[in-house]
Design a protein around this ligand. Sequence first.
Ligand code: FE
Length: 240
Amino acid sequence: MNLETFYTLSYGLYIISAQTKKKKNGYVANTAFQVTAEPSQLAISCNKDNLSAEVIAESGFFSVSVLAQDASKEIIGRFGYKSGKEIDKFEKTQFFESPEGIPVVTENCVAWFTCKVVKTIDVGTHLLFIGEVLDGDFLEKGKTPLTYDYYHKKRHGLSPKNAPTYIRPVTEKPPEQAVQKPETAAGQKWICLVCDHVYDPAEGDPEAGIAPGTPFEELPDDWACPVCGAEKADFESYNG
Ligand code: FE
């Protein structure tokens, strides 16, 4: 099986949110799709290990916010690579609550939907929630939604490990097989152990003002993973 064939399937990228009386949570998903028009129903696939699966199942509601193509790496990192068991993802996020009490992320998004869960299907590692759409609107009409393909190719983003579509890139070694080298060797790159983002010294990190050719060791101490916000200490070297 050539696993890269899965990359030919097209998706968008969304923030799925829900809350119970005790907990508000959300995560980045590419698997949110319309399954019927009358009534309008959306389906989402959520890893059972994610706190969000518990929160959606308990509350019976969820929202889908459609990420914009220019959505910040910070919000993708906050919702896509951090666990709600460790941080409050909504603390620094703009959102509103629907009349049903569903949190809806508005920041960096082009549109939103609120849904009531009408069916839950156990598909092994994930739960498939079918939701009847209660409401929805644009946040910024005319703005381009972020697609999974664009995220991969133009922004070099990777799926979090709990995503239903996660595939470890075949060109990368898993972190546990990484070889530590005392000095930077030609072709040596650095991988984020949180989100698998690769720092390539040849490319630098222009968005953060890091010029191409900057060795990892010379990155400022406060430099953080541009995708998930992890610290330098969370990177490991390997020869890519
Ligand atoms: Fe990262």
